[in-house]
Design a protein around this ligand. Sequence first.
Ligand code: PQ2
Ligand code: NAD
Length: 231
Amino acid sequence: MIFCQLACLDSISILQYILGVEINMNYLPLFLNLQNKQIVIIGGGQVAERRLIRLLPFKENITIVSPALDKSLRQLIELHNVYWLQTTCQQEHFKKADLIVIATNDPITNQYVLENAPTSAWINAAHQAEAGNIHFPITIQKGKLQIAISTGGASPILAKKLKKSLEAELPDQYEQYIDFLFEARQLIKQLNISVATRKQLLHEIVEKPIYSKKDQQVWFEKLKKTNVMHD
Ligand SMILES: C[C@@]1(CC(=O)O)C2=NC(=C\c3[nH]c(c(CCC(=O)O)c3CC(=O)O)Cc3[nH]c(c(CC(=O)O)c3CCC(=O)O)/C=C3\N/C(=C\2)[C@@H](CCC(=O)O)[C@]3(C)CC(=O)O)/[C@H]1CCC(=O)O
Ligand SMILES: NC(=O)c1ccc[n+]([C@@H]2O[C@H](COP(=O)([O-])OP(=O)(O)OC[C@H]3O[C@@H](n4cnc5c(N)ncnc54)[C@H](O)[C@@H]3O)[C@@H](O)[C@H]2O)c1
């Protein structure tokens, strides 16, 4: 009987039917500054730890709620002074949260948080991605360069594989080179030059990358000499 009903539906509708949640496949990739946002991570296992590592730049605003913590997570929170509430999760713990990570192994708690979270909160549901409204992509970071990859929950393993192959393609000096691009762009913006020349210079340093620090220095000196700077 169920098969008969499912046969008339497309794959998303079948998934919605099986999971009992509405699936919205529209996700917008963004880079967020979570300063001054309240972050609550519920659970103290491996997934909670993976999320904490990603959220560490905002560690002052993080609360972890869990009756127990894995050893490595405990070490991490001690090292970074992250606030831990050693208890099972209640609504009062997340009622003012802006970002909630649900990472417990207890289906009842997971469902309870989903049903009682503030409607304005961003929710990452580790047990069932579609039940939340944000996914954590896998990321590659080389200094100021960040690349985020998501398969929309189709295969975190593929995302990991793609990360490895992309990383292998990036030259070792990339982090330093990106810093050079940043400084060069700041300098070029201050120069008394035409818009066309500015554009040409900005393109040139990308099309003909200068990786060695020494050559970058030479490039800076040359540029400074040939132009009059604004004060
Ligand atoms: C990239 C990475 C970042 C991170 O987690 O930090 C990540 N998963 C990683 C690994 C991983 N995850 C899982 C396995 C076991 C194998 C497997 O089952 O496939 C492995 C492999 C491993 O551990 O190596 C199981 C799993 N994952 C999700 C569910 C629930 C569901 O599908 O609904 C379940 C089933 C849970 C269960 O049934 O128990 C969901 C999500 N996992 C996501 C990200 C988001 C989508 C990203 C995308 O589409 O690319 C999303 C949607 C959630 C989110 O937004 O948080 C991280 C990279 C590894 C690393 O960096 O080491
Ligand atoms: N998204 C992903 O990448 C991914 C990967 C693997 C597993 N998962 C899912 O994420 C969830 C967590 O996985 P894990 O490997 O970290 O599990 P885990 O078993 O290692 O940890 C679960 C944690 O939840 C805590 N907990 C249990 N009941 C709680 C409650 N009422 N309040 C607060 N904390 C409570 C436990 O103390 C424990 O620390 C599971 O549902 C699993 O299916 C997701």
